[in-house]
Design a protein around this ligand. Structure first.
Ligand SMILES: Nc1ncnc2c1ncn2[C@@H]1O[C@H](COP(=O)(O)OP(=O)(O)O)[C@@H](O)[C@H]1O
Ligand SMILES: CC(C)(COP(=O)(O)O)[C@@H](O)C(=O)NCCC(=O)O
Length: 403
C-alpha cells in the first residue's frame, strides 16, 4: 500500500482487526494508473446507538422482520495501490484474507500464486462506465457530505435531493478523461472524453521535473508560480487587459508560451513552476471541455471524480474557476470525497444484481436519514465532517444480506 496507506493500516490496526475478521464482499477496479479496492467487513461490535435500541446481536440486526434477509453492520473499506505495484496489492489481498470470501473449498494458504489464480478466474467483470455511474449515483444519494464545491479557497458541502439529482455531467479524470451524461440509475451516455488527463499530468510531470511520485509532483506544484512559464494576456498587450473580448491581463494566453522566446534550458526553470504550469494547463483544459459538454446538453451540475483530483485545492480551484468563467456562473463544478473510488464502488454494488446481497437499501437509509456515517482514517474513527478520505479509509454502514 502506498504513502499514507501504510499509516492507515498500522495506526488503524485495532479498528481493522475488529472488523476485518469477516470480509464478505470485495470489488476491484484495475485502472491504467491505480488499483482501487472496496471491501465490506462485518464487525462483531456495534455502535452505542444500536446497542441502546437493542436491535443488534453479534453484528446482525434481527429487526428487519424478513426471515430471508439479515442486516449486518460493518465497514466499507477503501484502499488503493499503484497498478505497477500489483504484487503489493495481491499481498494485501492475501494478508487480509480478502480472497477467501465466499469460498467453499479450502485453499492452500502456503501458495499465494495458486490462490490468486483461482481467485482471478472467479472474478466477474463489469462494465467500467456503468460502474462509474453506479458509484457516483450511490455516493450522491447515500453518503452525506459527499459532494462539495471549491472556489477561492472556500469548500462548501452540497446536499442534493434525490428527485433533483438528474441530469448531470460526470467527468471522471483518471489516466484519461471520460465525460458521461447521467440521466438516472443506469441511464447514461458517454458524451465525450479526452486523452489529456491525469496520466498526462503525471507522465509529463515525471519527465520534466524528475519527481519520483505523484504526490511529490503535486506538492511541488503547490509551491510554484505558473506566470514564470505561461504567457499571459498582459505579456502580449503591454501589461493591459484585452477587455473588449473579456480577457484580463492575468488570463493565461498560452500555457508554457514564455518558454518559446526565453531561450532557456529546462534546467533553468524551477521544477515548482513547471509543475504548476502543467497542473494549471491540464485542469483548465478539463474544466473547459467539461463546461462545453455541459452546455451542449444544458446541464447545470458537473461532478468531477477520478484520482487526478486528489482533493487538491489548486486543481479544484482551477477547474471551478474555469467552469464558472466560461459558463458565466450558470454551471457549477462539484467534487466528491470518494472521487477515486467510483468504479470500484459501482462494481461493489453489482453484487445486488447477482442476488448475493442488497447492499444499497439499508446503507442509504442509514446515511441519509439517520446521518450516522463515520469514517475511519489513520487517526482512528472520526466524524464524517472532518474526515478526509482522499486515500484509504472506511465508512461504517449496515448491509442487507440474504440468509
Ligand atoms: N499515487 C498515485 N500514483 C499515480 N497516480 C496518481 C496517484 N495519485 C493520484 N494519481 C493520479 O490519478 C490518476 C489515476 O486516476 P484513477 O482514477 O485511479 O484512474 P485509472 O483508473 O486510470 O487508474 C493518475 O493518472 C494520476 O494523475
Ligand atoms: C479509456 C478510458 C475510459 C479508461 O479509463 P481510465 O483508466 O483512464 O480511468 C479513459 O482513459 C478515457 O476515456 N480516455 C479518453 C479517450 C478519448 O475519449 O479520447
Amino acid at each position: 500500500m502506498e504513502g499514507d496507506g501504510i499509516k492507515v493500516a498500522k495506526l488503524g490496526e485495532k479498528e481493522y482487526k475488529e472488523c476485518e475478521d469477516q470480509v464478505s464482499h470485495l470489488a476491484l477496479d484495475i485502472g491504467g494508473s491505480l488499483i482501487k479496492i472496496v471491501y465490506f467487513s462485518s464487525s462483531s461490535s456495534c455502535s452505542s446507538d444500536d446497542q441502546k435500541h437493542g436491535i443488534l446481536k453479534d453484528g446482525i440486526d434481527t429487526s428487519s422482520g424478513n426471515l430471508n434477509y439479515k442486516f449486518v453492520t460493518g465497514r466499507l473499506h477503501f484502499v488503493k495501490f499503484e497498478t505497477s505495484k500489483i504484487s503489493e496489492c495481491i499481498k494485501f489481498i492475501s494478508s487480509k484474507s480478502l480472497h477467501h470470501y465466499g469460498d467453499q473449498d479450502d485453499e492452500d494458504p502456503a501458495s499465494d500464486k495458486s490462490i490468486i489464480k483461482v481467485n482471478f478466474s472467479r472474478l466477474d467483470k463489469v462494465d467500467e462506465m456503468s460502474c462509474l455511474v453506479a458509484g457516483a449515483n450511490f455516493l450522491l444519494k447515500a453518503v452525506q457530505r459527499e459532494a462539495f464545491t471549491y472556489m477561492n479557497g472556500q469548500k462548501e458541502y452540497v446536499q442534493i435531493a434525490h428527485e433533483d439529482l438528474y441530469p448531470y455531467l460526470l467527468v471522471n479524470v483518471g489516466s484519461g478523461v471520460s465525460m458521461i451524461k447521467v440521466d438516472g440509475d443506469n441511464e447514461f451516455e458517454r458524451v465525450s472524453g479526452t486523452s489529456v488527463g491525469g496520466g498526462t499530468f503525471w507522465g509529463l510531470g515525471k519527465l520534466l521535473t524528475k519527481c519520483k511520485s505523484f504526490d511529490e509532483l503535486l506538492e511541488l506544484s503547490h509551491q510554484g508560480n505558473n506566470r514564470v512559464i505561461d504567457m499571459l494576456v498582459g505579456d502580449i498587450y503591454g501589461g493591459t487587459d484585452y477587455s473588449k473580448i473579456g480577457l484580463t491581463s492575468t488570463t493565461i494566453a498560452s500555457s508554457f508560451g514564455k518558454a518559446v522566446s526565453e531561450n532557456k534550458e529546462l534546467e533553468e526553470y524551477r521544477a515548482e513552476d513547471v509543475a504548476r504550469s502543467l497542473l494549471r494547463m491540464i485542469s483548465n483544459n478539463i474544466g473547459q471541455i467539461a463546461y462545453l459538454n455541459a452546455l451542449r446538453f444544458g446541464l447545470k451540475r458537473i461532478f468531477f471524480g477520478g484520482f487526478f483530483i486528489r482533493g487538491h485545492e489548486y486543481t479544484m480551484d482551477t477547474i471551478s474557476v474555469g467552469v464558472h468563467f466560461w459558463s458565466k456562473g450558470e454551471a457549477k463544478a462539484l467534487f466528491l470525497r470518494h472521487e477515486g473510488f467510483l468504479g470500484a464502488l459501482g462494481a461493489f454494488r453489482n453484487y445486488e444484481k447477482n442476488g448475493f446481497t442488497d447492499v444499497t437499501h439499508e446503507f442509504m437509509e442509514q446515511h441519509s436519514s439517520k446521518a450516522k456515517s463515520s469514517f475511519c482514517t489513520g487517526d482512528g474513527l472520526q466524524s464524517s465532517t472532518h474526515a478526509d478520505v482522499k486515500d484509504n479509509g472506511c465508512i461504517e454502514c449496515r448491509v442487507q444480506v440474504r440468509n
